[in-house]
Write a protein that binds this ligand. Structure first.
Ligand code: GLA
Length: 386
């Protein structure tokens, strides 16, 4: 895709046109822990979002997406700080501009920006966080702001929380903004302390399996799950000196579970606590070269997301159960928010073609439409290409 050519075709010649890229992400383990003060273990991908951008002399913002050509150029003024439904996907970059301004990085000139994404929409591989981080990176470069990658992640999260209205945690924006090739990020979401863990999967590939069931966080039960965890925490706080579920281990949790009145909230909190502990164990397993142990923890994560957190659904469960039955699979689980979207699996390289065929056939037979598979690489965070 010749983005620059397309940019000139849409917005015209002239000025200093710059090109950028920001990745998507996949989470290996630590699901629905990031808004519970727990740990996550995501990595950036080599698929992501590209942008071509240029400053304008006036105060107009013009956005175009090669993924939504029918919507044409979506135009707005920099001082229009309100969410407009008809501005569709461009509310993501608009939200970032607004969040950046609120954090002290206000812009005083308009821009033309063209986007092109290679992340399937609604796949749960964070196409929205990718646009957000990319936009923050474009702002930083075009306006010479000095914020770092962590701040860019916080800007993106703020845009999502306050402008888009999804109460997401920090994982997606952080994974994308701070991504590093061939490494996963072991992030403590309570403190934002993080470490890179090299992922040396000799002879093993990361295979992402897309249910092709469309979803968006806005219409999912995401905010509801978050509220259930908050209710459990509020009740636990009456008997324990804690500020998040991530501070508890399994034993402390079980010893105090009766403090939580609703059986549903008990299940949600149990997932958050156990998943955090599994993430710590999984990173330790990986560091000691125990890939099989890592895979078993991935499987346990899926079961907990299915039975305790109840965010999987037939499509994801079908994919993951089929994956577990294939030869050469080390572990498989849903990834991201759930309710559709993608699952992730670790598969021995020589078994990948048969794995895809086997899972694909089972899925088609059970669900009635096809799943899509991506054998992915772990990539870097955002960059300026030219
Ligand atoms: C979505 C959110 C993240 C995280 C995951 C679940 O991707 O954006 O903050 O909560 O769901 O782990």
């Amino acid at each position: 895709m010749e983005l620059r050519k397309k940019f000139v075709e849409i917005f015209g010649e002239g000025g200093d046109i710059r090109e950028y890229f920001a990745p998507g992400r996949v989470n290996l383990i630590g699901e629905h822990t990031d808004y519970n003060g727990g740990h996550v273990f995501p990595c950036a991908l080599t698929i992501g979002t590209y942008a071509c951008a240029r400053l304008r002399e006036d105060g107009v913002l013009r956005f175009y997406s090669e993924n939504f050509p029918k919507q044409g150029v979506l135009e707005t003024a920099i001082d229009d700080t309100v969410y407009h439904k008809e501005l569709s996907w461009s509310n993501y970059p608009r939200g970032v501009i607004q969040a950046a301004a609120e954090m002290g990085y206000a812009i005083d000139r308009g821009m033309d920006i063209l986007y092109y994404g290679t992340i399937p929409n609604s796949s749960g591989l964070s196409s929205s966080a990718s646009i957000e981080i990319l936009t923050g990176y474009v702002l930083r470069d075009l306006f010479g702001f000095d914020f770092d990658g962590v701040t860019n992640a916080l800007i993106g999260q703020r845009a999502e929380n306050r402008f888009i209205g999804v109460n997401c945690g920090i994982m997606d924006q952080f994974a994308i903004s701070m991504g590093r090739k061939d490494s996963a990020i072991f992030l403590d979401t309570a403190t934002l302390q993080y470490e890179y863990a090299p992922i040396e999967l000799s002879g093993v590939r990361i295979v992402i399996m897309n249910t092709n069931k469309k979803r968006g966080l806005g219409d999912s039960k995401y905010n509801e799950r978050r509220a259930e965890c908050e209710q459990a925490l509020a009740e636990l706080k009456k008997v324990l000196p804690i500020s998040s579920l991530g501070e508890l281990d399994e034993i402390q949790f079980e010893a105090n579970i009766t403090a939580i009145s609703s059986p549903i909230c008990r299940k949600r909190a149990r997932h958050a606590v156990y998943e955090n502990q599994r993430t710590l164990q999984a990173v330790a397993a990986l560091r000691s070269g125990d890939l099989a142990g890592f895979g078993e923890l991935m499987n346990a994560s899926h079961i907990s997301l299915r039975d305790e957190y109840e965010v999987t659904g037939t499509e994801l469960d079908t994919l993951v159960s089929a994956a577990w039955q294939q030869e050469g699979v080390i572990g498989a689980r849903m990834t991201g928010a759930g309710f559709g979207g993608c699952a992730v699996s670790l598969v021995k390289e020589e078994c990948v073609p048969a794995f895809i065929e086997g899972v694909g056939a089972s899925y088609l037979a059970a669900i009635g439409y096809e799943a899509t598979f991506y054998v992915v690489e772990i990539g870097d965070g955002p960059t300026r290409i030219s």
